[in-house]
Design a binder for this molecule. Sequence first.
Ligand code: XLS
Ligand code: NI
Ligand code: NI
Length: 441
Amino acid sequence: MAEHFPGVSKIAYEGPKSKNPLAFRYYNPDEVVGGQTMKEHLRFSVAYWHTFTGEGVDPFGSGTMERPWHELSDPMDVAKARVEANFEMLYKLGVPFFCFHDRDVAPEGENLAETNKNLDVIAGMMKEHMQGGDVKLLWGTANMFNHPRFLHGAATSCNADVFAYGAAQVKKALEVTKELGGANYVFWGGREGYDTLLNTDMKTELDHLAKFLHMAVDYAKEIGFDGQFLIEPKPKEPTKHQYDFDVATVLGFLKTYDLDKDFKINIEANHATLAGHTFQHELHLARVNNMLGSVDANQGDELLGWDTDQFPTNLYTTTLAMYEILKAGGLGTGGLNFDAKVRRASFTPEDMFYAHVAGMDAFAKGLKAAYALLSDGDLESFISKRYSSYQDGIGRKITEGTVGFKELEEYALAMDKPIVNESGRQEWLETIVNQYIAEMS
Ligand code: XLS
Ligand code: NI
Ligand code: NI
């Protein structure tokens, strides 16, 4: 098998002082943090679509990427070269997972049967590469947004033929995900949303979306796929309003349609910020509802209002994200999937590696800082003290549900001194977080 990235050898840990862009500063896979290795905690994954299929296209210009498979012309030859490149890259980075959409990995044929055949060829090749067991599939998914047939959406399309076509596509994607031992299956809404209510029956669309997801759950049971189903919230883009807007919206949708036992949530940092939330907020809300499934590890640009899908390098964000993940007890079957693309001007093959190294280091540093912060308990003890008025007296009665408005009115009328509050100390707490990132990890 030809080497696709001869300029890059296996990336090693060289420590925080290294200036080698093809070495890790913080990610030391076998280093133990709180009883688990970094590799076990972080469960990194490469996103096939950005790294192997993406060409650097933007609304104003064509592709810029230089990739080894560009010398090939037959679409199946290109697809096969990408598979080899994927496994070479995973090996060189020491990344244990990857994930893909059906259409990222294999081209469409003349009809669905031919398209499925192409997918089978590529999946067979992937299966061979995975035989050693070092690399696993984090999740599979179906791309139901790119082809013109999905211009009104897939499960929420006004056209029943499109619903049926999408169902056939997900059926196949589930079979392939099962065949490759995928740990999860992801639904990101794609074009499930609307651009104008003037032509939209929202109730019908939401009912159809729920029906579609129930069918997927039923089919997974039928074929014995026991991976975790995930929904990935995103508020807008490509449609003006996406039905899986944010974690809170998805929780409500899943509960309304009796899907909450079958799904968890895949949280993407850039989608959180598009929804006007921090990444930490989305992780936190999923965690306290036992719905944290997996993470699309990227970041947006604070000054741009769209999904820029950049590699995550902001240590403050990765630290607070890892804090939530540690508090959740880890990622379970999920992982940290780099749903991120190199910038259009970072077009060389080395940039693909520099970018992943940057993301892996940022999360490794975040893990160390978060672990130290959590185990020292600075924030935890502050928070528990902040709510301590609920531990006894009237607070305890409120918590236990033994008082109502009448008893609380009696209590308030009997207060003979003004109420005393304590400071929230936000600035001091922010200093503590900075200290853990800079000094204590
Ligand atoms: C797009 C989404 C997509 C999902 C998988 O914004 O992030 O890439 O992760 O369909
Ligand atoms: Ni994503
Ligand atoms: Ni995204």
